[in-house]
Design a protein around this ligand. Structure first.
Ligand code: PHE
Length: 351
């Protein structure tokens, strides 16, 4: 038997290898050991080559022993690498080049758009009062945007120049589609498909033919509210709006209702809160009046109820609609509505 290969020697090599591998910690150490034992010029391949010098009768048994050792070592290396994957990820050289005092690179993390934020705040204020959130189409039929809401054909809001019509004619030669001018069409859509009681909130985007300035945009968001049931009165509208105003603008808010006209409510009102900046004394935000308008509202017009198949003798309800950006502007002191959609990160990052 050759000097190189005997059982003792294999045992010794096995012990050495196991102890060295288990002590190794870095990626470099492990890969050096791997080369030392299993590499082309390594210890194990050399031993395997030396089998040819062994007596023919012993060759088989040595061959088997060495192959077992080789496989065991392979496994050991594999395990070691998996155990320390994170530590081993960097070589010693790479580690020495790492400068942990360098400031990290900041990742840009997105935030909610202020409009989305305020839509959520508004909805959250109404949800505890039993309202459910629904959404509707932004391209709407004339029927829902106007007709079912008691807005007759000659009403100014139907003027071609007042709104964006879709350039598509139906069989009767009419243009029935437009970008919705308010979220109120969902009042009719919801009532048409559900039996009372109804209590919904409709957040969504609306579009108007509008010259833009600090307080006007050609597209903006509204949140519509609708509650219909037996015995709903103006007092319910007042209580609901009051609760909302206090949740959003502070618990000591007062509210004011003044007559206003919307064809789909009767009576119609505009709702104001006392100015939370000057406490009603008069300042720039409230235009020196002490009051800030926050929404349009009213009792659902009997004609609207009957046009969707509700009996106005049995059912009554209230509706309201508010501009989301306006609420956001008041809440966060934003002075120009155009900031919302001009995609300036200096503005958006503040939310
Ligand atoms: N739709 C009205 C608007 O856009 C607001 C409104 C909604 C008024 C519901 C009364 C009731 O101006």
């Amino acid at each position: 038997m050759s000097e190189v290969l005997n059982i003792e020697k294999i045992g010794q090599i096995t012990d050495n290898a196991i102890s060295e591998i288990s002590k190794s910690v870095s990626k470099d150490e492990i890969s050096n050991l791997r080369v030392k034992y299993l590499g082309r010029k390594g210890i194990i391949p050399a031993l395997l080559r030396s089998i040819r010098d062994v007596d023919v009768v012993d060759r088989k048994i040595f061959g088997q022993e060495l192959n077992v050792l080789k496989n065991n070592l392979e496994e050991l290396f594999e395990e070691k690498i998996n155990q320390n994957k994170e530590d081993l990820y960097l070589s010693d050289k790479e580690k020495s080049l790492q400068d942990i005092s360098l400031p990290g690179r900041k990742k840009n993390v997105g935030t909610l758009h202020p409009t989305s934020r305020v839509v959520r705040e508004i909805c959250d204020a109404f949800l505890p009062m039993g309202f459910q959130v629904v959404e509707g189409p932004e391209i709407e039929l004339d029927k829902y945007n106007f007709e079912l809401l008691n807005i007759p054909k000659d009403h100014p809001s139907r003027d071609m120049f007042d709104t964006f019509w879709v350039d598509w004619k139906n069989d009767q030669g009419e243009y029935p589609l437009l970008m919705r001018t308010h979220t109120s069409p969902m009042q009719a859509r919801v009532m048409e498909t559900t039996e009372p009681p109804v209590r919904v909130l409709v957040p969504g985007k609306v579009f108007r033919y509008e010259a833009t300035d600090a307080s006007h945009e050609w597209h903006f968001f509204q949140v519509e509210g609708l509650a219909v049931d037996r015995g709903i009165t103006f007092a319910d509208l007042k209580g609901t709006v009051y609760e909302f105003a206090r949740t959003i603008f502070g618990s000591d808010r007062k509210i004011r209702f003044r007559c206003d006209y919307f064809p789909f409510v009767e009576p119609g009102v505009d709702v104001s809160i006392d100015c939370f900046i000057c406490e009603g004394n008069g300042c720039r935000v409230c235009g020196k009046t002490g009051w800030i308008e926050i929404m349009g509202a009213g009792m659902v017009h009997p004609k609207v109820l009957s046009s969707v198949g509700y009996d106005p003798e049995i059912y009554s309800g209230f509706a309201f609609g508010m501009g989301v950006e306006r609420i956001a502007m008041l809440k966060y002191g934003i002075e120009d509505i155009r900031l919302f959609y001009s995609n300036d990160l200096r503005f958006l990052k503040q939310f």
